[in-house]
Design a protein around this ligand. Structure first.
Ligand SMILES: *Cc1c(COP(=O)(O)O)cnc(C)c1O
Ligand SMILES: [Zn+2]
Length: 428
């Protein structure tokens, strides 16, 4: 099998390749399995062993002050990302630097001493995917791609469609046809080319790889530019540390679909330590899945290293990846840091959504409901230390998955417009 790349048509003369500084301080793509180094370009699989490629850097000296003087979005960390120094000149959705909320009420409810919610629901298209897409867009541009595309569980399609519109690029997004209505509309408003595929995400992903191999000049954000795309998730880790006053938290709970985000939060913490921007200290990383799609949690509990793919069946559609590309690395990180991977039922996901809404005024989607419910389960089963400082990541927005809670909440009463009718409800 040869890895599809973004190749321009063979009838046009070969170009000189990406411009100097196109990928900032990145110096190569390194294989996560065998360490083999490949030059920066539209590659994602190791030519030696087909292992996943990851961006490797030679970082300059970076200070807290330089970062703090940057913009209130992910580009404050541009020196640590595979993007050019003039990235702020190119149109994108400018995601990031979202709120880190002290969550006293939820902490009290769960019996935790210190809890924070990193609230990524306020990104431009209301999920953390805007972060990864901003980095993928930069790579697509620098590699001279003609089409900006993705296979998606929903939120990624929203983010790609919006960013592509701002960039003025042709944008094509592929989703499973059974996706939530709101997530379909939230893509279709930005692009004419939303393609609904009769199949699950893993089928859609396979189709995308096939198209990437056949068509010239297509940048599939999470396929052939995945190494650059994935780096965007590091900004969640950077922000958490900076917003805590340049400190690492003790425990972080993160939802797992492909597992990319979780591995990049760990990479971010490690980089901050290496760069001397935070003090080295132990931290635990926990992964959250829904029971109906819990291949990583199942492997964690069975104490095995291999992930057995599953057919997803859960309301947490944004987490419904049955064959997670970074699952084995999630296992590694959660075990190495002393964390865990847990899963919860769809009913617990619904309860998690309502719990966060009613304690902190944050309306999350099913992915966040999963994460909050897993946080609760980790406390109840003694897997999480309630005396340690904990961060739970809310990756998405409840307005996109209204159906999940629509039959659990609604008017307490429907009354005539009279004071008597109101007093009769007993609400006063
Ligand atoms: C995609 C997504 C995730 C999971 O991200 P991975 O990096 O694939 O593990 C979590 N939450 C939401 C809301 C998402 O859209
Ligand atoms: Zn390799």
């Amino acid at each position: 099998m040869s890895a599809p790349t973004i190749e321009t048509s063979t009838t046009t003369p070969a170009t000189a390749g990406p411009r100097e500084g196109a990928f900032g301080h990145a110096v190569a793509l390194a294989c996560r399995e065998c360490g083999h180094r490949t030059e920066l370009g539209p590659h994602y699989a190791c030519p030696e062993c087909f292992g996943p490629l990851e961006v490797a850097y030679e970082f300059p000296a970076v200070t807290r002050e330089e970062i703090e003087a940057g913009p209130s979005n992910i580009w404050r960390y541009k020196a640590l990302l595979p993007v050019p120094d003039d990235i702020e000149q190119s149109p994108n959705t400018e995601p990031g630097f979202t709120r880190l909320l002290p969550a006293k009420n939820l902490a009290a409810e769960l019996g935790l001493d210190r809890l924070w919610v990193k609230d990524d629901s306020t990104n431009p298209t209301n999920s953390f995917k805007d972060r990864v897409v901003a980095c993928a867009l930069s790579a697509a541009r620098e590699l001279d791609a003609k089409v900006f595309a993705c296979p998606s569980t929903g939120n990624l399609a929203n983010a790609v469609a919006a960013a592509g519109a701002r960039a003025g690029m042709k944008t094509v997004v592929f989703i499973p046809s059974n996706l939530e209505h709101a997530k379909q509309v939230n893509s279709a408003v930005y692009t004419d080319s939303l393609v609904a595929v009769d199949g699950n995400y893993d089928d859609v992903n396979k189709l995308a790889s096939e198209i990437a191999g056949e068509e010239d000049g297509w940048a599939f954000v999470n396929v052939n530019v995945r190494p650059y795309y994935a780096e965007g998730s590091k900004t969640l880790g950077y922000e958490i540390a900076e917003q805590l006053g340049w400190r690492l938290p003790d425990q972080v709970v993160i939802p797992v679909a492909s597992g990319s985000q979780l591995t990049k939060v760990d990479k971010a913490f490690q980089e901050l330590i290496t760069l001397g921007l935070v003090e080295d200290k132990p931290y635990r990383i926990y992964g959250a899945q829904a029971e109906g799609c819990s291949p990583v949690s199942a492997a964690y509990k069975a104490k095995v290293d291999a992930i057995r793919p599953v057919k997803p069946d859960t309301i947490a559609k944004s987490l419904a990846i049955g064959n997670p590309a970074d699952g084995i690395y999630v296992l590694d990180i959660c075990r190495r840091t002393g964390g865990a991977v847990e899963d919860v039922t769809d009913d617990q996901v619904r309860e998690g959504i309502l719990l966060l809404a009613r304690t902190e005024g944050v309306f999350t989607e099913t992915a966040g409901g999963t994460t909050v419910a897993v946080l609760r389960k980790l406390v109840e089963t003694g897997q999480l230390d309630t005396s340690l400082e904990t961060v739970v990541i809310n990756t998405g927005m409840g307005l996109k998955t209204l159906d999940a809670v629509a039959d659990r909440v609604g008017p307490a009463a429907t009354i005539a417009p009279s004071y008597d009718a109101f007093t009769a409800t007993g609400i006063a």
